[in-house]
Design a protein around this ligand. Structure first.
Ligand SMILES: [Fe+2]
Length: 376
């Protein structure tokens, strides 16, 4: 049997020793404990220790002194050992001193107690076990995102109730909903929900607009199609997340991806898979997943990523295609000039091999009822 990897955990706090040891022990590590830097340095040399987890403020020898000693070890393997600082210290100048002295990363002790998966993500990252890192990233994501998904479901439920009660939606109501969705998107991409996972793509201001527009269109068109409420809520959730794969992959949303060189097109197509994997992590309902996974598929099999066709694409899948295309065509971004609403509808309606004629007709009727994109 392979030897269990050794981790040296150095902290004068018994709670941290106990909790840290328990978390690591469960993951199959051999945990060696030390109360302070001096004790750690006696236990450390030539022991094939894979990771040192070090507190900053400790009696006898503090974390900074210990980092310096470890980095100047006689044994070159010892000197390279990854060091994770686990501290209550939050002053960035102090934390920087530790990094400058050679520590690899740090984590606040409070977060270890509250979110062990963040701790494990860092541990595995320092041990170069990226497969494990991905696992803990996903757990972290789903934990932080599930309150968002719950809020979203509650909110769309209200919107739909209003729609159904009044049979229509006023311009001001529409703006209010749009604003809420925009706030949700901003929270999302600013890291409020997901920490460092998402970064807004520089120069791409279309994705947030596209996200909000598509969700609004889904809500409104769904009501006009008289979809059952749950189906509509779930599809709208899918509409909100449908292009988040682009955010994960750091690529902009495009209106005509087929115009890209082959390699870039192949990269672009991956956003669907990424989005779908995010949806699974979040535990999104089946109808939301369908929206995400099929929004680029077309009835005649010319779509991507799976070239689904005919009966493989139900109404949610086709509506996803119609409204995302409609929003792309009628938006101004990058080098793409927006089309007028009526031209876009004519264009989409002419693609009757891509979507069912019946749905295209319904979308045409729906778009005439509402003043879509009134700032044309
Ligand atoms: Fe897309």
């Amino acid at each position: 049997m392979a030897e269990k990897p050794k981790v040296l955990l150095v902290d004068d706090s018994l709670i941290i020793q106990k909790v840290g040891k328990q978390i690591l022990f469960r993951k199959g590590f051999n945990v060696i404990l030390a109360d302070h830097g001096e004790m750690a340095l006696k236990l450390f040399p030539n022991q094939n220790i894979k990771l040192v987890i070090l507190d900053y403020h400790m009696p006898k020898m503090n974390g900074l002194q210990a980092v310096k000693k470890i980095r100047s070890s006689v044994n070159p393997e010892d000197a390279k050992t990854p060091i994770l600082i686990l501290t209550g210290e939050s002053n960035p100048t102090e934390l920087n001193k530790l990094l400058e002295a050679g520590a690899n990363d740090y984590l606040n002790k409070g977060r270890l107690l509250k979110n062990p998966e963040i701790f494990l993500e860092k541990v595995y990252h320092l041990l170069n076990e990226e497969g494990e890192v991905a696992k803990y990233k996903k757990i972290k994501l789903s934990k932080t995102l599930s309150p968002f998904v719950k809020d979203f479901l509650k909110f769309t439920q209200l919107v739909i109730d209003n729609f159904m009660a009044s049979g229509s939606i006023s311009q001001s109501e529409m703006e209010e909903i749009g604003e809420k969705l925009e706030n949700a998107y901003t929270l999302f991409s600013s890291g409020e929900y997901v920490g460092v996972i998402y970064e807004v793509i520089e120069g791409d201001d279309y994705l947030p607009v596209h996200t909000v527009n598509t969700t609004l269109l889904m809500l409104m068109f769904g009501v006009s199609l008289k979809w059952e409420k749950n189906k509509l809520i779930e599809a709208s959730l899918g509409a909100f997340f449908h292009d988040f794969g682009c955010l994960l992959l750091h690529i902009p949303v495009l209106v005509n991806p087929k115009a890209l060189p082959q390699k870039d097109y192949a990269d672009y197509m991956k956003h669907v898979e990424e989005g779908s994997s995010l949806g699974k992590t979040l535990g999104l309902p089946a109808n939301a997943q369908k929206f995400i996974e099929n929004h680029h598929e077309r009835l005649n099999g010319s779509g991507f990523p799976k070239q689904k066709k005919g009966e493989q694409l139900d109404d949610i899948s086709q509506v996803a295609g119609i409204i995302t295309l409609f929003d792309s065509l009628t938006s101004q971004y990058g080098i793409h000039n927006k089309m007028h609403v009526s031209d876009a509808i004519n264009k989409i309606s002419s693609w009757n091999t891509l979507f069912s004629e019946e749905l295209l007709k319904k979308f045409d009727n729906f778009s005439r009822q509402f003043d879509l994109k009134p700032d044309e």
